[in-house]
Design a protein around this ligand. Structure first.
Ligand SMILES: NC(=O)c1ccc[n+]([C@@H]2O[C@H](COP(=O)([O-])OP(=O)(O)OC[C@H]3O[C@@H](n4cnc5c(N)ncnc54)[C@H](OP(=O)(O)O)[C@@H]3O)[C@@H](O)[C@H]2O)c1
Length: 323
């Protein structure tokens, strides 16, 4: 049975040390909430150490008793845990990171008396989806929707942009050095959404007492971009020239397989399978439903990608020397 929501004062974040978690912690802080950042390592949460009303604690999310103890006194919990790649390609890593952690978080939250739970999922999350990532995100969503003991909600963002993102930040080093880029999934369509808007959406959801439990919000920005256009925009805005050559499916798969052997696994077969589905809002526009005006990419990204003075000075010298 759904509990009457307690007044919201303290919100715990699982995976709060990451890109979206940091933006959310700052937004919650500005809105007057105390946050508890539950992390595998305090070092991961270093950028949040100085937030005055944030308390960082280490916890093993798979240890339900320890997690319940860490959640005591929190009215809200936001689960932001997510990975883009696993070791190997069996799906076990994705299940453990997405499904097992969600099951554990729900169980611990119930024991600790948490009344609101927000799950950060992804567009196209689907237990029958084409990739381990999307299937495990979909299965985790199902576990959230089965929960009756607290008010739950799910947000499903498209790709998220902002300072420190994994989208423009991922391609910038490549377009700086490559004369052109053969790209798997270049035609995949996505609706980049600003990190600040996603944080704002989660804040609205946490604060809305009238929201039916199990509400799902698909979050996308104001424009649809292909991955290829995003990469060319990254090159252009950072002062480089790097045309994109879309790879056919067979070559895209091969590129993904090769990239799995590079340090940091920048791209994988599973990423490639996820790209076979356009990451665009299909149903109701979640940001609009929450009364949030989506921030266009043009308003944020050019400043993030602006060439540094040093790079611009060197290129001027090269031009002067006819090189
Ligand atoms: N960024 C995007 O474009 C995007 C798009 C759609 C959906 N999402 C979803 O949004 C959420 C946040 O994304 P993000 O970009 O902020 O990701 P991120 O920067 O990689 O942060 C994810 C956090 O999850 C925790 N984590 C990772 N693996 C874990 C594991 N095996 N066990 C326990 N905790 C683990 C880490 O926290 P600690 O190291 O502190 O434990 C990490 O800080 C994720 O669920 C992601 O799938 C992101």
């Amino acid at each position: 049975m759904l509990k009457t929501p307690a007044p919201l004062r303290t919100v715990a974040l699982l995976g709060g040390s990451g890109f979206l978690g940091q933006a959310l912690a700052s937004r919650l802080q500005a809105a007057g909430f105390r946050t508890r950042i539950l992390t595998r390592s305090l070092e991961h949460a270093r950028p949040l150490w100085l937030l005055p009303d944030a308390r960082c604690e280490t916890v093993d999310v798979h240890d339900r008793a320890a997690l319940a103890a860490a959640l005591r006194g929190c009215e809200g919990l936001v689960n932001l845990i997510g990975i883009l790649n696993e070791k190997g390609d069996s799906g076990r890593g994705f299940r453990r990171a997405h499904v097992d952690t969600t099951v554990s978080a729900l169980a611990a939250a119930e024991v600790a008396g948490v009344s609101r739970f927000v799950q950060v999922s992804a567009l196209n999350a689907d237990p029958e989806g084409p990739s381990h990532y999307l299937r495990s995100k979909g299965e985790a969503e199902q576990r959230v929707l089965e929960t009756r003991s607290m008010r739950t909600a799910i947000v499903r963002p498209s790709v998220i942009f902002g300072a420190g993102d994994g989208l423009f930040g991922r391609f910038l080093p490549l377009v700086k050095f490559l004369p052109f880029l053969p790209l798997a999934g270049a035609g995949a369509r996505m609706q980049p959404v600003f990190v600040g808007d996603v944080a704002e959406a989660i804040l609205h959801i946490l604060c809305d007492d009238q929201l039916p439990s199990g509400s799902v919000f698909e979050l996308g920005g104001p424009e649809v971009w292909t991955l290829g256009r995003i990469v060319e925009f990254t090159a252009h805005m950072s002062g480089h020239f790097c045309p994109v050559f879309p790879l056919p499916a067979w070559a895209g798969r091969l590129q993904a397989e090769l990239c799995e052997h590079l340090p940091g696994k920048p791209f994988s077969r599973d990423n490639w399978r996820s790209l076979t589905r356009d990451s665009v809002v299909q149903g109701t526009d979640g940001l609009a439903a929450l009364g949030i005006t989506a921030t266009p990419l043009d308003a944020v990204v050019p400043a993030l990608l602006k060439p540094t003075r040093r790079a611009r000075d060197y290129s001027a010298e090269r031009r002067g020397a006819h090189r």
